[in-house]
Design a protein around this ligand. Structure first.
Ligand SMILES: [Zn+2]
Ligand SMILES: [Zn+2]
Length: 162
């Protein structure tokens, strides 16, 4: 990871999951896949696991490098296809302005996503946005919106007080 080099701490908002918490999150993803008749294949599961374990958003090349349990890198298309799947199902989000990925912290299923991004430590905290006004303006104009992702940049509380 190349973020947080000049920053005081990167422990403010995103906490990587370990142990039973991680197992629980994976099991949840597996059962959600089952109900919609999708398969959490080994590569999809591994990429989700890496995202859930991370303390900050990960770039695709971080995932490619960390993919192998024995340290061997993945073939890039394997990771990109897995990311595409995880995004489509709402298990992960791409933060465009960072070109990085985070696991969904709001239990997925294709909701509109919004992030508070810290320019200092690189933490990205997901929150539930209210796009009611935008959605009704769009439908009044005859638009059908496929997705909205809000990326609000600034300083997290830990970096502000440091
Ligand atoms: Zn989400
Ligand atoms: Zn910060």
């Amino acid at each position: 990871m190349d973020m947080g080099a000049e920053c005081h701490h990167a422990d403010s908002t995103q906490q990587g999951l370990t142990g039973p918490e991680l197992d629980h999150a994976i099991a949840l993803a597996e059962s959600r896949c089952m109900t919609i008749q999708e398969r959490l294949t080994a590569p999809r599961r591994r990429v989700l696991e890496l995202l859930l374990q991370a303390d900050a958003p990960l770039k695709a090349y971080d995932l490619i490098a960390a993919f192998g349990v024995q340290g061997e890198p993945a073939k890039p298309p394997t990771v990109y296809r897995a990311l595409e799947f995880l995004e489509r199902l709402g298990f992960a989000h791409r933060i465009e302005s960072m070109n990085a990925y985070v696991p969904c912290r709001m239990d997925g299923h294709g909701h509109q996503a919004a992030f508070l991004i810290c320019d200092c430590c690189g933490a990205a905290q997901e929150f539930e946005p209210d796009f009611t006004a935008q959605l009704s303006a769009a439908s009044a104009a005859g638009y059908e919106i496929a997705s909205i992702t809000l990326e609000a940049r600034g300083l997290c509380s830990a970096c502000r007080s440091a």
